[in-house]
Ligand binder design. Sequence first.
Ligand code: IDP
Ligand code: MG
Length: 139
Amino acid sequence: MATNRTFTMLKPDAIENGHMGKIIDMIINAGFSIKAMKYTQLSEAQAKEFYAVHAERPFYGELVEYMTSGPIVAAILEKDNAVADFRTLIGATNPAEAAEGTIRKAYAESIGRNAVHGSDSDENAANEGVFHFAANEIF
Ligand code: IDP
Ligand code: MG
């Protein structure tokens, strides 16, 4: 995957709260194009593997439980400077600290239930994309 791509998930709280369409609209309006997308639910094993980097953190169990609690939308997005620009669009992890106009400011419930995931590096974006999508699902 080229470095102009990032990976996102609309998390279970965003779907539950009916924000799927509005968040996808914000993403497209910010200039990202959708290269892959699916509506799915993570298994416990998938959520544990996806967030393995946080395995030692006190919130890991809660995070896995939350991320498997309902459907998500997974997507690969393309734009110049995708990883950094998408982190700017989603805002800080804690919505109390997220800037006006960001997705988390508008839709996150809390630091844990924060509506959306965004990759933190080109390397992780590539790995996370491959984790969720087969080659023939990426355009
Ligand atoms: P990020 O999603 O902004 O990159 P990370 O630090 O990578 O934030 O944490 C991954 C996810 O773990 C967060 O998006 C959030 O859902 C959850 N999380 C992070 N910190 C906390 C916390 O202090 N309490 C509960 N959940 C947290
Ligand atoms: Mg992160």
